[in-house]
Design a protein around this ligand. Structure first.
Ligand code: HEA
Ligand code: HEM
Ligand SMILES: [Cu+2]
Length: 656
């Protein structure tokens, strides 16, 4: 322990990287500014009551969204730094060690701390509203999930300023990630940041599965449930099956590092290939966990903006569930080249190729939905239209990679880098952006400005192709991933320069989007109807922003797209007004325990990272004490009286 303390001190006083000191100073200044503003405007109480202790799924969704946008910024800065380093041959803009750290943090942050929370933000913002529910099944657990994610992410990001970043790649293969080759706390930050937030993700998976199975409005049979909720269901099934594997795998890696166990070592009976199998048993489903909800978003957006029923609803349901199952049988395509028998390789190649079928079904269904529709080209639809060609090309290069003999050529080349950025940006990022633009008015009561949005849209799109198309060629020309620099004699310089220009264009697109949000807070078109896009599903039937209890009266569902049915029946005079009477609404009470428990997790995590057993023990005791305290809390819910519901609704222009 004393040694690790000395290590900490020596690191603190000796490591003199200007970038790190710069980051430290800016973090400290930001903290001071936040504390100052909160104190000056007496907002501490507000922050605690309205946000830190909230169990309202909409507020939790908003917090996820903010956190994920910050992480997109951090991951994006990492990306730009790498692209600058690769812009010209023989540059020394980043040191080689530094480059390793940056691609590791970029990959980890983008998938685990950007895509996952953005996805959870959308789950929270939308699913209960779409199902006609008052909240998720376990609101308290939902808050626990959020704060575990948040403190896990903070722990991970702390590595940049204290102790040094992890640098063994976003999946930290041993033996590189073992003590011998990665001494110091960086790798432990990777393990514990992911471990803590991963528990939160698992809990979210359970929470949304139960919400979807148990909290649907009366009459909403599973086969009448909106497509986005189906995609969430599929994603959550993958989460609950895959995340425990991740938890166990990195726990074993930590035991190797901390206790000298030999699970994944080269000697002592260990086997690094075991780690590869385990991590990809989680890692491959993980990429579908993040992309399937994007498919759900596209389905909602296409139907709304083409003003048509989604084509092939049943086949869409079958496709998302099929993808969930297949995704567990393809993991070994990530190490075709590592030497297994031909029959194993053939099995995994075929299962991988099979995924193109359900995915293709979905693509054609979206196209058929648009066919002869009256399409309005608003922002959510623009992103959806841009997604289709981008994702199809990215998917097709995935199928090329799945041809095992050919993969000997493509593996770990820039061809692979281009493949996965194309599906991750074209699928996941474009999808979530479409979702954010689509549901933003529901959460905040105003639309995001179209003009600034168009700038963001075109910069991202043009930038994307400029950045990643050259990388396919670079892959064929022999450029390997994770190179920090290259010489003149390979002929890679022009394509790399073009690629870097593309990265800057995407960065500019992001800047426009931030500007768009800030601008729209004041000038965005207000939504007074609750139904700004002429929507089809239940979330559009209530005011924007939705009141805290969501639905004054829980709707009675008859069809898929039930809100559309109501609107149509009202238009043609067949709508039968049912007598409504308000009842007191049962709601969960706020609680500070999720936040406090996560602080203890953070303390424990920090202790584990530095291998300070006393600190880890204090943190874990705190975690158990908060759990214990919770088990004695009986007063966890309350009823909103009818009068208050009536008053709130009246203030939103709805008379009961
Ligand atoms: C959201 C993320 C995402 C998605 C959706 C996919 C989708 C697919 N991926 Fe990808 N993949 C990654 C993220 C993703 N991947 C990442 C991050 C890595 C690298 C990790 C690392 O090493 O660090 C990777 C790596 C990777 C490899 C490993 C290569 C190597 O290391 O050498 C392989 C190999 O088979 C592969 C295949 C596929 C296939 C077949 C699909 C399919 O699902 C695609 C299906 C879609 C289509 C095909 C398009 C639509 C279909 C039609 C229009 C129908 C007609 C089409 C045909 C008949 C072709 N991927
Ligand atoms: C904004 C545009 C982006 C740019 C310019 C970019 C650029 C890069 C670069 C240069 C690398 C390192 C390549 C190497 O040296 O091997 C990389 C790796 C990676 N990127 Fe991105 N990226 C972007 C967005 C994203 C997004 C949105 C995601 C995920 C959602 C993502 C996930 C990854 C992953 C998983 C790696 C692999 C890391 C590793 O090798 O350990 N990237 N990216
Ligand atoms: Cu895979």
């Amino acid at each position: 322990m004393w040694e690790s303390f000395l290590e900490f001190c020596s690191w603190f006083f000796v490591t003199g990287d200007p970038l790190i000191y710069g980051a430290m100073v800016s973090i400290a200044l930001t903290m001071v500014a936040i504390v100052f503003v909160l104190t000056k405007y007496k907002k501490w109480g507000w922050l605690w009551r309205e946000w830190l202790t909230t169990v309202d799924h909409k507020k939790i969704g908003i917090m996820y969204l903010i956190a994920s946008l910050l992480m997109l910024f951090r991951g994006g800065v990492d990306a730009i730094l790498m692209r600058v380093q690769l812009a010209f041959p023989n540059l020394e803009f980043l040191h080689s060690d530094h480059y390793n750290a940056i691609f590791t943090t970029h990959g980890t942050i983008m998938i685990l701390f950007m895509a996952m929370p953005m996805m959870f933000g959308l789950f929270n913002m939308v699913v209960p509203l779409q199902l006609g529910a008052r909240d998720v099944a376990f609101p308290f657990l939902n808050a626990v999930s959020f704060w575990l994610f948040m403190f896990g992410a903070m722990l991970f990001n702390l590595s940049f300023v204290i102790g040094g970043s992890p640098d063994a790649g976003w999946l930290s293969y041993p033996p590189l990630s073992q003590n011998e080759f990665s001494p110091g706390p960086g790798q432990n930050f990777w393990i514990w940041g992911i471990q803590i937030s991963g528990i939160g993700s698992l809990a979210t998976g359970i929470n949304f599965i139960v919400t979807i199975l148990k909290m649907r409005a009366p009459g909403m049979k599973l086969m009448k449930m909106p497509m986005f909720s189906w995609s969430v269901f599929s994603s959550c099934i993958m989460i609950i099956l895959a995340f425990p594997i991740l938890t166990v795998t990195i726990a074993l890696l930590y035991l190797d590092r901390f206790a000298g166990a030999h699970f994944f070592t080269m000697d002592g009976g260990g086997n690094p290939m075991m780690y590869l199998n385990l991590i990809w048993m989680w890692g491959h489903p993980e990429v579908y966990i993040v992309v399937v909800p994007a498919f759900g978003i596209f389905s909602e957006v296409v139907a709304t903006f083409a003003k048509k029923k989604l084509f092939g609803y049943k086949s869409m349901v079958a496709a998302v569930m099929g993808i969930a199952i297949l995704s567990f049988f393809t993991w070994a395509h990530h190490f075709f080249t590592m030497g297994t028998s031909a029959s194993v390789i053939a099995f995994f190649a075929i299962t991988t190729m099979l995924i193109a079928i359900p995915t293709g079904v979905k693509v054609f269904n979206w196209l058929f939905t648009m066919y002869r529709g009256k399409i309005s080209f608003k922002q959510p639809m623009m992103w959806t239209i841009a997604f289709i060609p981008c994702f199809v090309v990215g998917g097709a290069t995935g199928v090329m990679l799945s041809v095992a003999p050919a993969d000997y050529q493509y593996h770990n080349s820039y061809f692979l880098i281009a493949h996965f950025h194309q599906v991750l940006i074209g699928g996941v990022v474009f999808g979530y952006l479409a979702g954010i633009y689509y549901w933003w008015p529901k959460l905040f009561g105003f639309k995001l400005d179209e003009k600034l949005g168009a700038w963001g849209f075109w910069l991202w799109n043009i930038g994307f192709y400029v950045c990643f198309m050259p990388q396919y060629a670079l892959g064929f020309m022999g450029m390997t991933r994770r190179y920090y620099t290259y010489g003149w004699d390979y002929g890679w310089e022009s394509l790399n320069l073009v690629s870097t220009v593309g990265a800057f264009l995407m960065g500019a697109g992001f800047v426009f989007q931030v500007w768009q949000i800030l601008y729209s807070i004041k000038h965005g078109e207000r939504d007074t109807t609750g139904d700004p896009w002429n929507g089809r599903t239940l979330e559009w039937s209530i005011p924007s922003p939705a009141p805290f209890y969501n639905f004054a009266v829980v709707p009675q569902v008859k069809e898929t797209d039930d809100f559309w049915r109501v609107k149509e029946e009202k238009a043609n005079g067949t709508y039968k007004e049912e007598p409504v009477h308000l009842e007191p609404i049962h709601m969960p009470k706020n609680s500070g325990l999720p936040f406090i428990m996560s602080v203890f997790w953070f303390i424990a995590g920090f202790g584990f990272v530095w291998e300070w057993v006393w600190m880890a023990a204090i943190g874990m005791i705190g975690v158990f004490l908060t759990m214990w305290a919770r088990s004695f809390q009986y007063d966890t819910d309350y009823y909103v009286p009818v009068d208050e519901v009536r008053r709130t609704e009246a203030s939103l222009g709805r008379v009961y």
